[in-house]
Design a protein around this ligand. Structure first.
Ligand SMILES: C[S@@+](CC[C@H](N)C(=O)[O-])C[C@H]1O[C@@H](n2cnc3c(N)ncnc32)[C@H](O)[C@@H]1O
Length: 277
């Protein structure tokens, strides 16, 4: 489990972990008040069922490599707020951005299943998902990672050097849309594309990828955070700007006749998209 190593425990940022925290708070309130024992028992069972899921998924998913554990640990002890206030990062980054064990192993499995040789990652942060996917690439495979922040790109590259798979990763430091257009102009294409950068630009990434043939004919697009903490199905007035952007992205993908998609409730939601026409 990568979310609890290091200096600080990551705050809940998935619909399920937010639900667990909410249920635990409700149970605490119920215990402090004069609640009938049947209601308390029922609530306790609900908390047990919900709180046991994520640790169980972690326990029965293949462990991450030692290089990934080290990367996650290094990410969790970094003082991201200070890096931002000191002007070292161009935006406020946070350890919760790192996808982690379950999602990393899921992506790695997709690379094995699709036999991808060329991967594009849009939004790399400290490189956890990039390295997880690179571990599944053949020795002549390549992953291009798009990252806008030079500090975190360098942080990731230092971690890649500690892994025998790091040499498969090439980092492009620039706004992702610029990199997508540059790659399209060079007629490059990818078997697997992982989208995980600016939520407000997801629609543009998706449309650029399809319109510019950046995806190979049998290629797979994986999109992260498509549940956005549950905001996409909560009442619209409870959505942040990112929640609204993802709700709109999901509607646009669902209405696009060029693709078929499935939204998996893994972590904060991963949508798999393939081109059909
Ligand atoms: C959620 S994090 C990526 C997490 C990473 N994929 C992982 O699984 O550990 C998003 C990253 O996208 C980067 N980003 C945000 N907007 C971007 C843009 N327009 N172009 C490139 N990178 C961007 C951020 O700097 C951040 O590092």
């Amino acid at each position: 489990m990568t979310s609890v190593v290091g200096r600080e425990i990551a705050r809940p940022i998935t619909p399920h972990s937010i639900l667990v925290a909410q249920l635990q708070q409700t149970l605490k309130l119920a215990q402090e008040n004069n609640i009938p024992v049947e209601i308390l028992d029922s609530l306790r069972q609900g908390v047990q069922l919900a709180a046991g899921l994520d640790p169980y998924l972690d326990d029965y998913t293949t462990p991450e490599s030692s290089a990934l554990t080290a990367l996650a640990q290094k990410t969790s002890i970094e003082d991201w707020s200070k890096r931002f206030s000191d002007g070292e990062t161009v935006r406020q980054l946070e350890q919760e951005m790192l996808s982690g064990h379950l999602e990393g192993q899921t992506l790695k499995m997709f690379v094995h299943i699709t036999k991808a040789k060329r991967i594009l990652e849009v939004g790399m942060f400290t490189g956890y998902s990039a390295l997880a996917m690179a571990e599944a690439l053949p020795s002549d495979g390549q992953l291009i990672g798009c990252e806008v922040d030079p500090y975190v790109a360098q942080f990731a590259q230092a971690c890649f050097q500690e892994s025998p798979h790091g040499s498969k990763i090439v980092v492009e430091v620039a706004p992702a849309l610029e990199t997508l257009h540059k790659l399209a102009a060079r007629k490059e294409s990818f078997d697997l594309i992982f989208i995980d950068a600016d939520k407000k630009e997801y629609v543009k990434y998706f449309q650029t990828i399809l319109d510019s043939n950046l995806l190979t004919p049998d290629g797979l697009i994986c999109v992260d955070n498509t549940l956005l903490q549950g905001q996409v199905y909560l009442p619209p007035e409870q959505r942040t700007a990112n929640g609204e952007a993802i709700a709109q992205f999901n509607r646009i993908v669902a209405a696009d006749p060029r693709v078929e998609q499935v939204l998996l409730p893994i972590r904060d939601g991963i949508t798999l998209i393939r081109r059909v026409v």
